[in-house]
Design a protein around this ligand. Structure first.
Ligand code: SF4
Length: 455
């Protein structure tokens, strides 16, 4: 009789980088002979990949762990792991608070999961949070989708935004080589993936740490050069990238996006605040005028481009007038999507120590006001799709209606239409849009016409 496979459960909160890391770690566990389990309560290994950007995220970690620690009392061979930014930040403190933990590992150690676990299986409690140099990535992530995949191109961030924990937790910028990125994309193309999102906390910094300059004195390897370099990878039909920083967004990059057909005409460029004083206090290094110029330039080259962003309201000391400047920017630009958050102080960040924090009430009120405006503007932006024929990459069945499939337009709008997933998954199809909502669309598939040759 064969021994049953040991099961693992991964729970992930936070940004796309965290999700990509989780997939990578799932790939390692699969290779180690584990089997994935949706239900944490029957798993032999629990991995909690954490995020410390939002305050309640840490509470979530402790409440989740509480339940699993209770299970460990009945099942001493249960392995408990905390990974991600909370792990990086808290390190040994986490072990002191939750002594049942087996492994605490920062995001830079993702690829070392197997080595770290081997130490754990020898009976050690392991803390891996010291910075390491990222070695070329040979791990194959197990991807949650079979159609779209993430590819990390740069780790870490050298910026010092005063509200952000990333520089403390993910270390300095380290770019992967263009050849390694291309090789990973080629492998994805061979496996049948159709869309790749290139990822970095500050993706425009790509290549600054790689050697070489052009005769004009520009870095030899930039995001723009990388897009040209990977554009013809066979099998990959769409390329996206995130997250962009307005400080480094260049016209050269905009031109490349306009010129390269596989690069989606969708730009995610966080502005965070529409007020120059607040931007200065955030140490973002640009003004709202510069941000507006970037968007105008994108629209000059690609009038239909869809634009999304992130914004923080209720930053320490933000006045009503300064908040209104943010509303004005939202009104003027008309975002297709805006991720909003009320400021929450994060440990070991400069802004957390300032004594001009706003009350929760003011923050809540501002969040509600900006969200109302975002929905109105997104609904207006959606109108332009009505009646149009859009290219949709089919990703899955609609979980709420199994007669429908769902996918995304080039501009990243979620789109539903009637169809059979077994036939359509991973296909780029033409869909005529018949219904528009603020953040999603419904349509009908446009049959491909047979060409009739008239003699
Ligand atoms: S650019 Fe700023 S907000 Fe983004 S990861 Fe770096 S420090 Fe954080």
């Amino acid at each position: 009789m064969s021994t049953p496979k040991r099961r693992y459960h991964i729970s992930t909160i936070g940004c796309q980088m965290n999700k990509a890391d989780s997939e990578r770690m799932a790939g390692i566990l699969d290779d180690m002979g584990f089997e994935s389990s949706e239900d944490p309560n029957i798993a032999d290994l629990i991995l909690f990949n954490t995020c410390s950007i939002r305050e309640n995220a840490e509470h979530k970690v402790y409440s989740f762990l509480g339940r699993q620690v209770a299970r460990k009392q009945e099942k001493p061979d249960l392995t408990l792991i905390v990974a991600g930014c909370v792990a990086q930040q808290e390190g040994e403190t986490l072990l002191r608070r939750v002594p049942e933990l087996d492994l605490v590992m920062g995001p830079q150690h993702t690829n070392r999961l197997q080595d770290l676990l081997e130490e754990v299986f020898q009976g050690n409690q392991v803390v891996a949070t010291e910075p390491i140099h990222i070695m070329e990535d040979i791990t194959k992530p197990r991807r949650d989708s079979t159609v779209t995949a993430w590819v990390n191109i740069i780790y870490g961030c050298n910026e010092r935004c005063t509200y952000c924990v990333v520089p403390n937790t993910r270390g300095v910028e380290q770019s992967r080589t263009p050849d390694a990125i291309r090789a990973e994309m080629e492998e994805l193309g061979r496996l049948g993936y159709k869309e790749v999102t290139l990822l970095g906390q500050n993706i425009d910094a790509y290549g600054r740490d790689l050697p070489g300059v052009t005769p004009e004195g520009r870095h030899l390897h930039t995001l723009t050069d990388l897009l040209y370099y990977v554009h013809d990878v066979s099998g990959i039909e769409r390329i996206r990238f995130a997250t962009s920083h307005p400080r480094y967004f260049t016209e050269r990059l905009i031109k490349a996006c306009a010129e390269l057909p596989k690069v989606c005409k969708h730009f995610h460029i966080p502005f965070q605040s529409g007020d120059n004083e607040v931007l200065k206090k955030m140490s973002r290094g640009y003004t709202h005028e510069k941000y507006r110029r970037i968007i105008a330039k994108i629209r000059e080259y690609m009038p239909d481009a869809s634009i999304s962003a992130d914004s923080i309201v209720g930053f320490p000391g933000e006045t009503e007038e300064q908040f209104e400047n943010t509303l004005k920017l939202v009104e003027d630009i008309g975002f297709d999507l805006l991720n909003t958050a009320a400021y929450s102080p994060r440990p070991a960040t400069p802004a957390a120590l300032w004594d001009n924090q706003l009350s929760e009430e003011v923050k809540r009120d501002r969040l509600q006001r900006i969200n109302n405006l975002v929905s109105i503007k997104a609904a207006e932006r959606s109108q332009r799709y009505m009646g149009r024929v859009e290219s949709v990459l089919v990703e899955d069945q609609n979980p709420k209606d199994n007669t429908q499939v769902m996918g995304r337009t080039d501009g990243n709008r979620l789109t539903f239409f009637k169809g059979d997933i077994s036939e359509l998954k991973g296909k780029l199809v033409q869909v005529q849009i018949t219904e528009v909502r603020a953040f999603s669309l419904t349509g009908e598939i446009v049959p491909v016409r047979e060409t009739v040759l008239v003699p």
